[in-house]
Design a binder for this molecule. Structure first.
Ligand SMILES: Cc1ncc(COP(=O)(O)O)c(C=O)c1O
Length: 496
């Protein structure tokens, strides 16, 4: 028996289904959907291509092409001398089930996510916590020498070595690992040789690699509190037991109770605590290293923006002080070059090299060898150093302008952080302030700042406003700072 396929297709065509595709493709899709939706049952006979073409007012070739594609993909079968039939492809053991419409817009959780998947996607973090520009939507990456960068990339693409098109092996492009080794030794006092460096797709991937290779679900990890949301996400995704550890003016400040625990990992940002803008003091550094050595814990040192120290040379790394080989050093090009480059690195102790290489390769399948090669040239030829000097001067001016303006205008109850480093600072607020409300008000005035309270793992202990200035056009710093100071002062008065 012929099915009323013509009607079905005509209805679909008139309703504009698959508009934009060629006619044969539209017919193919409509028949395919009718089969998958059980409007056409297995074994049903299809009209001849000639009859269907007349019914639809299309050329026979159009219908023929649609049938040929349906045949090639197994939706229909041709029986010699008798025409085309819907193939019977339904698994025997299953009754036809109409797919339920997926729950989507309106906030309901998508079907089929795991518990972890639901937890991770319930509150997307980066929109709330990523500290970048001060003025909403005004990200300024013009300091990056893109013409030079293009030239360096072109050089490698003109006649790429076969290895550039392959996966990255042995921890990444050897000359880049060598250039980085030199740079880290000289400017960050990291103790390493090139074999200890692994090139990753940024700190987020480095953290994930460390969590997967060094911990098991349920292991304890110390997190600075407040701390970096990106690290927290990775630890949550790896089912780790987060222990928030307080931060004071010297960085992470473990209490006596904290020191009784045995964390497997300790995540810290010693050069510039994220987000409070303090630098870890030497005695705190030594305490941490001693503690990790005694407990057999790994310290993850996230050195994400140490290149930006405006008052002097960058501070030496924690890794360089470590005589127990417990520190894993994480670096990134996201801040010093641009975030979309997705290149970072991990420096691991010698006994972990082979495991980390295997883990990186098996879990993440790294690549981007041509970009790594261009970056290696960028460093080797001295462009990296001059770029750092250039952006340091530029961001330093932005910071100074911002500080001057805020210091002058803010009420004395608002205290400004003063680390003289990095790409953000903090306006600390009295306890009675509601920093979430204040930030929402700022957003309405095109100021993109973040509430300090939202970076706490446990209930917030202090209130403040985190202000990123690195990618903000310099001429916008003063007017924006004036508007922010005005808003903060009014909030303090209104709530005090
Ligand atoms: C504390 C911290 N670590 C690391 C990074 C960089 O991460 P990635 O290299 O994945 O871009 C950032 C970027 O904002 C950061 O704030």
């Amino acid at each position: 028996m012929h099915v009323p396929l013509g009607d079905l297709i005509l209805t679909g065509l008139e309703a504009g289904a698959f508009l934009g595709l060629p006619a044969n493709r539209r017919v193919f899709e409509l028949v395919r959907h009718a089969i998958l939706g059980h409007q056409l049952q297995g074994g049903a006979k299809l009209p001849s291509t000639r009859d269907l073409a007349i019914e639809l007012g299309l050329s026979r070739n159009t219908v023929l092409a649609a049938y040929e594609q349906l045949l090639a993909e197994g939706y229909i079968e041709a029986r010699s001398g008798s025409g085309s039939y819907v193939a019977d492809t339904l698994p025997r053991a299953l009754a036809p089930v109409r797919p339920k419409p997926a729950r989507q817009a309106g906030g309901a959780a998508p079907r089929e996510l795991s518990r972890r998947g639901r937890m991770l996607t319930a509150t997307p973090s980066d929109k709330c916590y990523e500290i970048q520009e001060f003025v909403a939507g005004a990200n300024d990456f013009s300091a990056f020498p893109h013409k030079l960068w293009q030239r360096l990339q072109n050089k490698h693409w003109r006649s790429p070595e076969p290895a550039f098109l392959d996966y990255a092996r042995a921890g990444g492009y050897q000359p880049l690992r060598e250039s980085l080794t030199e740079y880290l030794r000289v400017s960050r006092s990291v103790r390493l040789n090139p074999d200890q460096v692994l090139i990753t797709a940024g700190t987020q991937q480095s953290l994930d690699l460390c969590a997967r290779l060094l911990t098991d679900g349920g292991d304890m990890v110390w997190m600075e509190n407040p701390g970096y949301w990106g690290a927290r996400r990775i630890f949550e995704a790896n089912d780790l037991n987060l222990r928030p550890v307080a931060v004071d003016a010297e960085g992470i400040a473990p209490s006596a109770a904290d020191l009784q625990t045995a964390p497997r990992m300790i995540y810290v940002t010693p050069s510039h605590q994220y987000p409070t803008d303090v630098v870890m003091g030497l005695s705190r550094r030594r305490l941490l290293i001693e503690f990790a050595g005694r407990k057999g814990a790994w310290i993850l040192e996230d050195d994400y923006d140490s290149e930006f120290r405006y008052g002097g040379r960058p501070l030496a790394s924690l890794q360089g002080l470590d005589s127990h080989a417990r520190v894993i050093y994480l670096g990134t090009f996201s801040k010093v070059l641009y975030p979309g480059i997705r290149i970072g690195y991990v420096v691991v102790p010698p006994d972990l090299i082979e495991s980390f290489r295997t883990g990186l390769s098996d879990i993440h399948r790294p690549g981007q060898m041509a970009v790594q090669a261009a970056l290696s040239d960028f460093i080797r030829l001295g462009h990296f150093s001059s770029h750092i000097r250039n952006v340091r001067a530029r961001y330093g001016k932005c910071r100074a302008l911002l500080q001057q303006c805020l210091q002058k205008k803010l009420l004395p109850q608002a205290r400004l952080s003063n680390a003289d480093t990095g790409l953000h600072l903090v306006i600390h607020l009295p306890e009675h302030c509601d920093d979430v409300l204040l930030v929402a008000q700022a957003k309405r005035r095109q100021l993109d700042v973040k509430p300090l309270s939202s970076y706490y793992v446990a209930p917030p202990l202090t209130r403040g406003v985190v202000v990123g200035y690195g990618y903000t056009p310099q001429e916008q710093i003063m007017p924006s700072a004036l508007r922010l100071a005005d808003l903060v002062n009014r909030h303090i008065r209104a709530t005090g």
